[in-house]
Design a protein around this ligand. Sequence first.
Ligand SMILES: Nc1nc2c(c(=O)[nH]1)N[C@H]1C(S)=C(S)[C@@H](COP(=O)(O)OP(=O)(O)OC[C@H]3O[C@@H](n4cnc5c(=O)[nH]c(N)nc54)[C@H](O)[C@@H]3O)O[C@H]1N2
Ligand SMILES: Nc1nc2c(c(=O)[nH]1)N[C@H]1C(S)=C(S)[C@@H](COP(=O)(O)OP(=O)(O)OC[C@H]3O[C@@H](n4cnc5c(=O)[nH]c(N)nc54)[C@H](O)[C@@H]3O)O[C@H]1N2
Ligand code: SF4
Ligand SMILES: [Mo]
Length: 741
Amino acid sequence: MTASPPRTAAASPSTADTHCPYCALQCAMTLTPDPDVSAPVRVEGRMFPTNRGGLCKKGWTSAALLASPERLTTPLIREDGVLRPAGWDEALGRIVSSLRAIRQEDGPDAVAVFGGGGLTNEKAYLLGKFARLALGTSRIDYNGRFCMSSAAAAGNRAFGIDRGLPFPVSDLDDADTILLLGSNVAATMPPLLAHLAGARAAGGLIVVDPRRSQTAELTADGAGTHLQPAPGTDLVLLLGLTHVVLADGLADGDYLAARTTGADVLRRSVAPWWPERVQAATGVPVAALRETAHRLARGRGTYILTGRGVEQHVDGTDTATAAINLALVLGLPGRPGSGYGTLTGQGNGQGGREHGQKSDQLPGYRKIADPADRAAVAAVWGVDPDSLPGPGVPAVQLLGMLGRPEGVRALLVHGANVVISGPDAEAVRSGLGALDLLVVCDFVLSETAALADVVLPVTQWAEEEGTLTTLEGRIIRRRRALVPPAGVRSELEILADLAARLDAPSQWPTDPALVFAELARASAGGIADYSGLSHAQLDAQLDDGVAAHWPYPAGSEGTPRLFLERFAHPDGRARLVPVQPRDRDPDPLEEAPFERAMPGEGAPAVLTLITGRLLEHYQSGAQTRLVAELAEAQPRARAELHPATAARLGIADGDPVTVRNRRGRVVADALLTERIRLDTVFLPFHFADAECANLLTAAETDPISGMPEFKRTTVVVAAGRRRGGAAPVGAAQVRAAQVHA
Ligand SMILES: Nc1nc2c(c(=O)[nH]1)N[C@H]1C(S)=C(S)[C@@H](COP(=O)(O)OP(=O)(O)OC[C@H]3O[C@@H](n4cnc5c(=O)[nH]c(N)nc54)[C@H](O)[C@@H]3O)O[C@H]1N2
Ligand SMILES: Nc1nc2c(c(=O)[nH]1)N[C@H]1C(S)=C(S)[C@@H](COP(=O)(O)OP(=O)(O)OC[C@H]3O[C@@H](n4cnc5c(=O)[nH]c(N)nc54)[C@H](O)[C@@H]3O)O[C@H]1N2
Ligand code: SF4
Ligand SMILES: [Mo]
């Protein structure tokens, strides 16, 4: 089943102007069918405001997976414990009979759906509709919960709207001061660096990261400042910066009076956070704190941007709120040439959180609990509003319900590899194992797909039409360059077929242009209004180089910049929401038994684990670990340790290291680097088996957003045993054992 599929270029056009399959920068590229290259298409960077013709390594190599021998080209069904090839009719028939039985026994909420922020707008929209109408379940959520939920919650609370960047990326070019908190763009969005050049030239790039990341390194030689707080202390740091701004008379009083509410309460809330106290809590020196506050106020063109480093914490919403408060006190949001934003991560991380795959949401960023929103969408779908289920539960909670009494018995996964990227991965694995039915749509046998009862092979980016919404809220076209291999179906076709078999009401178009037209109607009047857009019109805009930023109601020309006159709350004002750190240090007793040396290990030390990304790999690595050039550059997880910490533990560079806590145990080779603090260890989360960082992370979440804490975990680190013959089983071996060719 893994033989290389025959590849044919679409009859016309012979080249396609499209965008990268990976991150939210959505770098533009041209694909040209080319028999002379190993991949079926040649990739060239294309001029576009976000990437200006540039691509990163992942973009350049993105075509490799189109013809990979690992590509799935037939449905798979589990039989006697192993996956075997099957026909589409058999696979869909098995899904539907199982879903019907489960629904009859335990009701519609026993079936759940897990989506992804990489799905096109069309797929995300149809998936949300499918869950509510064809399955009748409230239980749908998606991997964007792991990614954007805290920043989104903070944006909604402060501004009344959640668009990651409320301005085009290219606006950053003219800034002389940029505060970048918990974001390593040099590795995660390399072409974006061109937009930071102005701030660097002006000495105004300020990077906040406990590691001296590649991005922090860009502040060297007078280009800016690197602040290196202890992990998880950004909230205090931001309260301290806001304190200095207010205490030193740097606040924009006119702006606060005219455009915000809550300034007095905010002022009182930051009063106790004097610089010395902040230094004690964060490790950031008083002088650096003061200089940063003054620089932000002095800047002619100042931006504050956040990434996952500050958001993926149990207080991520409050930390993002504190960053927004600082921006508001300085009068940045909505001031031309300045602003606040968060850097959305996944390819369609923005659009994917607007059109209904989130548990509390309907298309157009409407609320599923709001009677008017329900009525509006039900009218487009041609159903009774009362037939729509209510709000479901966020992703981590949903994963915790798998296989539990009153919980979830069947799960449909579209565009996520939860067994690698969900927190407390072993618990996720056992939950998936306890299901009566796990269905995974993917184009590779991800670690999650390898556990499924039914795997459905889907089209890849270069084989499909659709739209995505970039980190700047710009709707772009994904265009088809290749005919998909025989045996593969688009998710729109799969959902329509299943809906018909389940006797679902409403229409189930499979043409992406028609799905978009329906999405546009369903979003009309919502916050994320796409009703003025269509595929045809986007194609025309693309040719003209015009930008389609939402809200884009019919008759408008879109909204590149939000907040110029008002915020999205009914009174037009932004909310200053006072926030305070909560005492949340882990109980030392809880970890104590794990501090003992284990047989075969060296002396242990208790450190803080932070997790994140490498340039070469994307997310769970399901895709990039299969691209030879990327896998060769980064073949395995390496645990970054400070040389002094390593010396104390008797660990040399390249030695095996055990990182463990009561949830699990990771074995990785040591990478000694002075870029990390003495008290922390860093692991990338792109790897599987014994190298899976999420074996260690906790399923504890932010109470407002449901975001898990990926960035601060207490672990025990010790010299480990070198892996020998009993090495953990790799994904390739799992595949070989489970799939009958
Ligand atoms: N190469 C690559 N690029 C990607 C992705 C990928 O998987 N690989 N994924 C895409 C996606 S979905 C996303 S969400 C983005 C994420 O992009 P980023 O937010 O840039 O990615 P991370 O590496 O998760 O985290 C960024 C930084 O946060 C730091 N950090 C950790 N803990 C803390 C803390 O407590 N405080 C502060 N201030 N910083 C902390 C880490 O050291 C790290 O350098 O990248 C996108 N681009
Ligand atoms: N420890 C730790 N864990 C983290 C993070 C962290 O920083 N640290 N970051 C979190 C973040 S920000 C994110 S965004 C998540 C991402 O976590 P994942 O959900 O694991 O993301 P991907 O690896 O992109 O998984 C997408 C899967 O869907 C497939 N796929 C791609 N496109 C499509 C499509 O159109 N249809 C279908 N059906 N399948 C498709 C891919 O082949 C892949 O198997 O991880 C989170 N987990
Ligand atoms: S930065 Fe993101 S969108 Fe651009 S080429 Fe790299 S992975 Fe693709
Ligand atoms: Mo993400």
